[in-house]
Write a protein that binds this ligand. Sequence first.
Ligand code: GLY
Length: 349
Amino acid sequence: MNVEIALRDRTYEVALGEGVRHEVFDFIRESCPRAKAVVVVTSASLRAQPWFDFVHEARVPVIEVPEGESAKNFSALEALCEELAQHTLSRDDVVVSVGGGAITDMVGFAAAVYLRGIEVVHVATSLVGQVDAAIGGKTAIDLAAGKNLVGAFHQPLRVFCDFETLASLPERERLSGMGEIAKCWLLEGRDVRSLKATSLAQLIEMSVALKATIVGEDEFESGRRALLNYGHTLAHAIEALALARDADELRHGEAVAIGLGYAARLAHALGRVDAGVVVGHDEVLDMLGLHRNVPRDLDTMDIVRAMGHDKKAHHDLTFVLAGAHGFEVVAGVDPETVARVLESFRGEA
Ligand code: GLY
């Protein structure tokens, strides 16, 4: 199945399904006839996976980069750009990222800035990458001050989401992807009853289709695209605090799941939704196997302060919240209410 992302000035596709990775190099040959070089960027551990066969078959050079969120930094970016230069990649050439969200974010950013922009194709191999990170053209690296603070919009030529790469995904990585899927399910206003009968492939397709529609309407996040940050105000705050002390403590999607549970309670406390919405959120998170526990030893006021630093906030506390008119971005939420609801949410654990 292919999902189209219709931007204002061009359209590209997300190819979804078993084995779609085998189409990557034919696609590049057909769509980039001027490309003389194609370079794959991935990590050492992904290079060792059986599904990496499609790169071996194509006999293209491979650059290895470190893995994980903590590797999305300036020194890794510099090393990658130096390697691209070693391969004498020109503006007509193509870089292919093969990996999860951290790799597609950093390689996408390198492609955005190397020679002021070269073409990139993403082969998203994790669930977070397939349902969110690789799609929509956001690329970035992190600063000590926060995640994704240095980046660019740089749309890929195409995204390949091969379900076969998910078979080797560690359980926590799978759950992390489920956090983003839960976000899409809730944004779509779907009911928990139909969730049980929905396959993983259908969940991925639903999430990609939702993201494609929103990105098509608002590529540069001047409006509706911000809704994709549902659950992310708390998620980014606890992720940043946890990442500062232990890179492996909290995965992005795990934090998003916690943020979704909290956002429902905050919307209820602000009188925007009834208690049934909170129950509905909890049922979806439970069904997908996601917990709602804020790490115990993080201080509530530190979390509230970190939420104020979110790059989506404009010097105040900003959340995507459900309400009578659907989901909307709500700015200037009272910090005392934010802290009180967070304390009570933590007390449920
Ligand atoms: N991950 C949210 C977005 O791409 O807008």
